[in-house]
Design a protein around this ligand. Sequence first.
Ligand SMILES: [Fe+2]
Ligand SMILES: [Fe+2]
Length: 191
Amino acid sequence: MLRLAADTDPAWVRAAVSRLDAVLLDHMHCEKKAAATALSLINRYPFHAELVDRMVEHAAEELDHFRQVLAICRARGLTLGRDSADPYVNRLLEHARRDEPARLLDALVVAALIEARSCERFQLLAAALPDGPERRLFEELLPTEARHYALFMDLARTYCGADAAAHRLDEYAVIEAAIVRSLPNEPRVHG
Ligand SMILES: [Fe+2]
Ligand SMILES: [Fe+2]
């Protein structure tokens, strides 16, 4: 169901499991940024009623994920640091168009692909980790991220048309796959 054009390299799973603290700290910031992205879409498109309603709910849900990951980081005694630049997201956004209506379509498709990649990676982490609160967290978040992917694609179809949404998803999935393959396998959710 997820339209990813490349699977994650097993080397990433090994890197992530061996440096789980770093992954969790990065994951915590990802959840916070997901909530912030939802709010920025409301800010940019207040006249799209369905988008506003669904992004209000989405922001609340992502903030709740942030709280869950924060609790796990604290339970592990981790020191929270400032967020660092996310090369994966920055490189995805380099391909986003600036003029409407393409700007909205690209924002929604990029958000959908980020959710899809998170879902794929949570599945890999859940399978690789021993039983414990971290594995249970990833198992719990997995179906939610799949639902978020569907949410962003629903909005893309609503506001930009089914054909345009499907076409841009195909194009962007190829871009996303090339970015994922080129990144060093760092202990980050999208590293
Ligand atoms: Fe989330
Ligand atoms: Fe999400």
